[in-house]
Design a binder for this molecule. Structure first.
Ligand code: FE2
Length: 274
């Protein structure tokens, strides 16, 4: 059995600090073989830099995924050529730096393909994620015992549809981007672990990680505002997926939502597997 920890969108320093303080303990607590994290908001809420990526690798993240904010910091663009463990949505146009997949190998020798695709509903137009994800799966089939998909999207309908589209073809399909953890984690009938959104690793007394006053002001006036990353009530949102590398299917998905205090004491709140 292989245990995969997927950490939901890391937002700014409060998110990174949660990993610094607790990731290795969480990993040993859940007997984790592979850590994947969505890092597209890890640099003050907008993008990721090479220095931050190196920092997160040091804390114990093995593979990093992205989304619409992947390119916000220009210095990340050349980094993709050097660091295949950093991936971006596969359905960006051809010629965009980086790849939408990476095949990792756990310490006990299980190869796990990580694939990143992005939705098109209420988001900038990209190539069809439903077709592109199948191409990515075909590219790793035979090479990977387990396949993990991060579907970065806004609309719950599009993400639910992707879960059903991939049921039986991948070990897990998890949603990212909304920064709000959903309570619909389950194993789909053909063995794919699914959740609509893993949530956010960052300050939760905020509006999806941003200082709330500026956001409320923008909603009330329509005027542009400078957004600052919030710092109050940091929480680590993640899922633990238990997958059987002999079948390529998942047997469990457990939602994780930890306060800073929880992270430090490892008081994980498990949720029953359905
Ligand atoms: Fe996003």
């Amino acid at each position: 059995m292989t245990n995969i920890l997927f950490v939901g969108d890391i937002v700014g320093r409060p998110g990174r600090d949660l990993l610094k303080r607790g990731l290795s303990a969480i990993s040993s607590h859940h007997d984790i073989d592979l850590v994947i994290a969505n890092v597209e908001n890890s640099a003050a809420g907008f993008g990721v830099t090479p220095d931050i990526a190196r920092e997160l690798f040091e804390y114990g993240v093995h593979v990093m995924t992205g989304g619409n904010h992947t390119w916000d910091k220009k210095e990340i663009i050349p980094y993709f050529a050097k660091e295949p463990r950093m991936i971006r949505p596969a359905n960006f146009p051809e010629g965009v730096p980086g790849l939408g997949r990476y095949v990792a190998r756990t310490d006990n020798g299980v190869s796990v393909a990580v694939i990143n695709v992005m939705g098109r509903v209420f988001m900038n137009p990209l190539d069809d994620p439903f077709r592109v994800v199948l191409e990515q799966i075909a590219a790793v089939q035979g090479e990977a015992a387990l396949i993990f998909v991060d579907f970065h999207g806004e609309a719950t309908s599009e993400k639910v549809a992707m879960g059903w589209h991939l049921d039986g073809q991948v070990a897990a399909c998890v949603g990212t981007h909304t920064h709000v953890q959903t309570a619909d984690e389950r194993i789909l009938p053909k063995g794919t672990a699914y959740i609509t959104d893993v949530g956010m690793t960052g300050a939760h007394d905020s509006v999806i990680g941003v200082e709330r006053a500026a956001i409320i002001h923008r909603f009330r006036t329509g005027l542009p505002q400078r957004f600052e990353t919030a710092s109050e009530n940091p929480r680590l949102n993640a899922v633990v997926i238990q997958a059987d590398e002999t079948t390529g299917r998942a047997v469990g998905i457990t939602r994780v939502s930890l306060s800073l205090q929880d992270v430090e004491t490892l008081a994980v709140t498990p949720v029953a597997v359905r």
